[in-house]
Design a protein around this ligand. Structure first.
Ligand SMILES: [Zn+2]
Length: 524
């Protein structure tokens, strides 16, 4: 057996059980945000991080790479190297980062904003911003959505400083640069892609946003110049607002979202039940208010956490998370542990592709049971709504990614001002008058999923590429087992045995290209 093969196999034997412990502890801390679960999670993460910090093993991995390992062994060594690099730190620094991340995350989970003298969940705040015609109530709800920012901001800055200290000790400029390098993403390419996405969406977004402002001003009886963030339909203006032309929520009233999602996944010949049976999908106190999918053991224990309501958005969310889940269940059986995972861009693409089905005529007709005449009437409006969704989302990713790059360039900068500069530049939203608050810190991703947001945009673009490929090769997606089989073979099965950018080319027929985004937003 070669040295390289022995090293990766030993690492897999050592890491696999620790990874299961960490994933389970994390899952438990999210379904039940107690101090006890947070402590357990912290202990598991420290053990996991200590294993990845093993200096002798890291040195052996480096040496084996330099000795010219090839094929699967080389790929596993590369992944091991990238996974271990950010843990090659003094123990005290490594542990301090884990502790602070855990403590900040717990505060996000437990915090509730106050509206009308009552603590409310994020979903309630969103409901007010979607439905209320009372600007005073809207403003109160919007401000309540930001109060968590002040609770965590100092520690989020401290986390950025600590992460930078770690990155610099490993020879990288800052945490932003280190994260990209170990995620197989090229910073120059990312900056170029974001600039191209800015150009592709700038003009259609401005046009659409002006029309939206006219409608909002009429609805709230004010001038366009008086519109502020709380006039938008969600706390960050990250989603397309319901504009009345396609309010599908009434179609979802009293509908079992889990059932729709199951039926969708099974319709393309993929497995949903094993995931659903292990999942936790309805809102509850003391539970993470967001949604995610987690592969606990890389051997079939895949779970979804969600907070489903009976809305189109909930259908999108559940399909999105199952889109991650079917990917995790789809790795080729003979892949070794290190390759039984996926690049963030590839798994987001699958998730976004499945989530977007809730916007497609074929899904509404076949799965939700909308009549074909209603479907035909809806189709052009669905298409436009989807285009708007992509526009709004792209502008939001531009805010997030530009902000994070600046945060790590200088965690001590005037971030409160920078945040609103970016929001006005990219989202064309007028900041509240004289507001001084760390509103950026109210976005949980900045604290607990650092340097991740750009993968959503990459994923959204790859999802468009996948949809185009499935359209031409399988005639569509809904109820087409051929589409599921193609995804399985080309996207899921290889796991991490192929670099993500090549996988995208193999699965969609072309490299990641903003041209797909440009085409998709043209109909907005
Ligand atoms: Zn996702």
């Amino acid at each position: 057996m070669t040295d390289g093969r022995r090293i990766v196999e030993e690492a897999e034997v050592r890491l696999a059980p620790l990874s299961v412990d960490t994933n389970l502890a994390w899952w438990n801390s999210q379904v039940e945000a107690t101090e006890e679960n947070a402590e357990r999670r912290e202990r598991a993460e420290i053990a996991w991080s200590a294993a990845l910090a093993d200096r002798d093993q890291f040195a052996a991995v480096r040496a084996a790479r330099e000795n010219g390992a090839s094929g699967d062994v080389r790929r596993r060594l590369d992944l091991l190297h990238d996974g271990m690099l950010r843990h090659q730190l003094p123990d005290a620094l490594r542990e301090r980062i884990v502790e602070l991340e855990t403590s900040v995350d717990l505060r996000y989970s437990r915090h509730r904003g106050v509206v009308g003298g009552r603590e409310v969940a994020d979903t309630e705040i969103k409901k007010i911003l979607r439905r209320s015609d009372d600007p005073r109530e809207r403003r109160e709800a919007w401000e309540a959505s930001k109060t968590v920012g002040a609770v965590v901001a100092d520690d989020v800055r401290e986390l950025a400083r600590l992460r930078n200290e770690a990155a610099r000790s490993l020879g990288h400029r800052d945490w932003f640069a280190l994260s990209l390098a170990t995620d197989e993403l090229d910073e120059e390419k990312l900056v170029g892609t974001l600039a191209a996405a800015d150009r592709a969406t700038g003009e259609p977004f401005t046009r659409w946003k002006s029309a939206l402002d006219e409608r909002l001003a009429a609805r709230f009886g004010c001038a366009v110049a008086d519109l502020r963030p709380w006039h938008h339909a969600d706390p960050f203006f990250q989603e397309a607002p319901p504009d009345g032309s396609v309010d599908l929520d009434p179609l979802f009233e009293g509908v079992d979202i889990v059932d729709l999602a199951r039926r969708t996944i099974e319709g393309v010949g993929l497995e949903a039940e094993a995931i659903i049976a292990r999942s936790d999908v309805y809102p509850r106190d003391g539970k993470n208010q967001h949604a995610f999918c987690i592969d606990i053991d890389r051997r079939g224990d895949v779970r979804v956490l969600a907070n489903l309501d009976t809305t189109q958005e909930s259908a999108d969310t559940m399909l999105h998370e199952l889109g991650h889940g079917v990917y995790d269940l789809g790795y080729r059986d003979d892949l070794p542990w290190l390759l039984r995972s996926t690049h963030l861009v590839a798994t987001e693409a699958s998730a976004i592709l499945f989530g977007s089905l809730a916007w497609r005529r074929e899904w509404l007709e076949r799965v939700l049971g909308v009549s074909s005449s209603d479907g035909a009437a809806l189709e052009p409006r669905l298409h436009a709504a989807r285009a708007v969704e992509l526009l709004v989302f792209t502008r939001w990713v531009l805010v997030m990614t530009t902000f994070e790059r600046a945060l790590y360039a200088n965690p001590d900068g005037d971030l409160d001002t920078l945040w609103w500069e970016l929001v006005s530049r990219y989202q064309r939203v007028t900041p509240p008058d004289e507001r001084r608050a760390p509103d950026w810190a109210a976005k949980i991703h900045i604290a607990v999923s650092p340097v991740y947001y750009h993968t959503y945009l990459y994923g959204a673009i790859v999802a468009l590429q996948l949809a185009a490929a499935l359209e031409s090769e399988a005639g569509g997606i809904v109820d087409r087992p051929d589409a599921g089989a193609l995804l399985g073979e080309r996207l899921f099965a290889p796991g991490q045995s192929i670099r993500w950018d090549r996988l995208v080319e193999d699965a969609t027929g072309s490299p990641l290209s903003v041209a797909f985004l440009e085409r998709a937003v043209a109909g907005a």
